[in-house]
Design a binder for this molecule. Structure first.
Ligand SMILES: [Zn+2]
Length: 679
């Protein structure tokens, strides 16, 4: 084997890169969502080029390195560009940008050569050529391989804000080049709509724009919020008075009603310092724009200078794309872990094969919640797109299903807390699920701080710093531990005088008999805020009854729905919580029962007598019900009696009621009124 023979690894990698690039080409135009971002495509292409240069035997005649950009699919008819749509050379550092500018400035020292430079944002979309003949939009074509693109005229004609006819005075032939894109707010709206209709969302605005442009049915394209921003020209028959520069031509386009970069984003610069300043400002403010940009395009402004500069094989010399550090990359999910936050929320996180992205190495990406995991169907071993925008936590935006290993199993969402093993509160259709355990180690500090809060048990002094000490120094691991603290322990804590320890103990002691509503709120049951806690306490009265209540009973409480009722039941069913409640009771915590009287309703202030047998409840339960509804149950019928509830076997009381003209109802009717039905 000679030194120039490729290793088996290099040969295999070259073959793999070719496959990926060919597949990406196919999908770029064949499907709604491209496989690779332009950036990734370029990266792979560069890697393949390098391999082929090193080992020329690896360069196959049909290698994707032999065409410019993405190939053309058979779906749309072909359009040959009058002038090739070259791609731009990329630079990724200001040093390379300076080198390019110096090569421009020093191009032809002998003749007069003083370039100006235009700078505009590089919109992250899909390149397009628009052909206007005699003022009418006759052809719109994609870049394709640079020589031949695809005819997407019918779709492009549906784009609002893009004129189909130009005003009088337009050149008889005008080829305009621009970027088709979807703005960020429009993209968010579109994705929401797609997901509401049960469809897969798009990974990013660029893919959404590409997909919209490639629809077979122009009516679908018309529903997509596409926009165009024009950045250059193909062939134009200006006639006399042709603009001498891009900045002048741009004004002519604007006057013809064609969309160009807004004034605030278009700059003409004289030298490198100004170029630097504008480019870096664009990079810094990219998130303030309402469309995605992935770089800035710097071009020599004057057309005569451009002609002298000419082109290399793939790109013009007179222009360069300064690419911002990538925010999107592709990597492999090595694991999916579910962590538990201080509030008990279970948060899925993808552990990634390290991915350099915008100057940092990304190793984790959030998957947000269970619903997002299900929507993405992300699995260990999957190749995913990861985006890291600004300071936001990196997130997985797309799973590349084509690259999924055959043995990748669907991710099984845990039905127990991964930290403590307690039941997880995960209502159907709700994005978040929570660990229900009062003593969950992952949330003990958050729960203790909440427990002692002003609106909960109101233990003054049980703030974040003390909570840290209680947990880390004194080993408190659930709220009951607070009630077993001794003066000695508290006084021994750093920076705590005995006097303040005494005050704290008094506070803790006083909290033992806080009203039930506060206690329920303090438990931090998912969905049970202050007002719901109050409703439950008023309706059920005692902690024992709340603990024993069924979901149906709880759902009967005004202001409590099925979701809340289920959450409460699940909380009290959790054996770990029962243990904490028992420990709290043992430590002398006895929430004060609530006065459960209703203040309005059909039984407020009413005196009710029961007689005969009740079939659906015991006599005691019936009396308790009346009491809770704000009335009173008595044993004998008199003129003061408002209502007699008579069951089978009723005797003298019924007779007396009839004699006195007191209203008599049966048990069913009583229950209807008591539960508010037929009211
Ligand atoms: Zn837990």
């Amino acid at each position: 084997m000679s030194a120039r023979d490729p290793s088996p690894e290099s040969a295999a990698r070259a073959a793999q890169l070719r496959d990926i690039l060919v597949e990406a080409n196919r999908r770029y135009y064949g499907d709604a969502d491209p496989l690779l971002s332009d950036f990734e495509y370029d990266e792979f292409l560069r890697e393949l080029q390098a391999l082929e240069q090193e080992h020329p035997v690896l360069a196959t005649p049909d290698s994707p390195t032999r065409t410019v950009g993405h190939a053309v699919s058979a779906l749309f008819s072909k359009v040959r560009h009058r002038q090739p749509m070259l791609s731009l050379a990329n630079v990724t550092s200001t040093a390379d940008l300076h080198a390019w500018q110096e090569s421009m400035a020093g191009f032809d020292a002998g003749a007069e050569f003083a370039p100006r430079y235009t700078i505009e944002p590089k919109v992250d979309g899909v390149a397009l050529e628009l052909v206007y003949e005699d003022g009418r939009l006759t052809v719109a074509a994609t870049r394709g391989d640079g020589m031949t693109g695809e005819d997407v005229t019918a779709n492009v004609r549906t784009i609002r804000g893009l004129p189909r006819t130009l005003p009088d005075g337009a050149p008889p032939l005008l080829e305009v080049r621009g970027e088709v894109y979807i703005g960020k707010p429009d993209f968010d709206r579109l994705n929401r709509e797609l997901q509401e209709r049960g469809k897969e969302g798009m990974a990013n605005p660029r893919n959404a724009a590409a997909g919209a442009l490639k629809q077979k049915d122009p009516r679908v394209t018309a529903e997509r919020p596409l926009r165009v921003m024009c950045y250059g020209l193909g062939e134009v028959q200006w006639g006399p008075g042709a603009p001498p520069s891009w900045s002048a031509a741009r004004e002519r386009l604007q006057a013809l009603g064609l969309p160009v970069a807004p004034e605030s984003l278009f700059h003409v610069a004289a030298g490198i310092d100004e170029i630097d300043r504008v480019v870096l400002a664009l990079q810094e403010h990219r998130d303030d724009l309402d469309f995605e940009i992935d770089g800035a395009v710097v071009k020599v402004d004057q057309y005569d200078l451009r002609r002298r500069l000419g082109a290399r094989s793939r790109s013009p010399r007179w222009a360069v794309a300064y690419k911002f550090p990538p925010r999107e990359g592709r990597t492999v999910v090595e694991d999916i872990v579910v962590s538990v936050g201080r509030t008990g929320a279970l948060t899925p996180v993808a552990v990634l094969r390290p991915l350099p992205l915008g100057g940092v190495t990304v190793t984790h990406a959030t998957l947000h919640n269970r619903i997002e995991v299900e929507r993405l169907d992300v699995r260990v071993g999957d190749t995913v797109l990861v985006i890291r925008a600004g300071d936001v936590i990196p997130k997985v935006t797309k799973v590349l299903r084509e690259l999924r290993p055959a043995d990748a199993a669907p991710f099984a969402w845990p039905d127990a807390c991964p930290v403590c093993g307690a039941a997880v509160d995960a209502a159907e259709g709700e994005p978040l699920s929570y660990c229900t355990n009062l003593a969950c180690p992952a949330q003990v500090k958050g729960r203790l701080a909440h427990f002692g809060g002003r609106r909960a048990m109101d233990i003054e002094g049980l703030g974040a710093r003390l909570v840290e000490q209680l947990v880390d120094v004194l080993g408190v691991h659930d709220p009951s531990g607070v009630y077993r603290l001794t003066l000695e322990q508290l006084a021994g804590l750093e920076r705590r005088a005995e006097k303040s320890a005494q005050n704290l103990l008094a506070q803790i002691d006083a909290s033992r008999t806080r009203p039930l509503a506060r206690f329920l709120y303090a438990l931090g049951i998912h969905h049970v805020g202050e007002s719901v806690a109050r409703d439950i306490a008023r309706h059920l009265g005692t902690l024992e009854r709340v603990i024993a209540a069924s979901a149906e009973e709880l759902a009967d409480v005004p202001g409590v729905g099925d979701v809340v009722a289920d959450s409460v039941v699940r909380f009290f069913e959790e054996p770990r919580n029962r243990a904490v409640l028992a420990a709290l009771a043992e430590a002398g915590v006895a929430p004060a029962p609530e006065e459960t009287r209703d203040t309005d309703g059909p039984f407020v202030g009413k005196i009710v007598v029961f007689t005969g047998n009740l079939e659906r409840m015991t006599r005691d339960e019936a009396k308790e019900l009346i009491r809770r509804l704000g009335g009173k149950a008595t044993g004998s019928v008199s003129k003061k009696t408002d209502l007699v509830v008579a069951g089978p076997g009723a005797g003298s009381k019924l007779a007396k009621a009839e004699k006195l003209g007191v209203e008599v109802v049966d048990e069913d009717e009583f229950l209807r009124r008591a539960t508010g039905e037929n009211a």
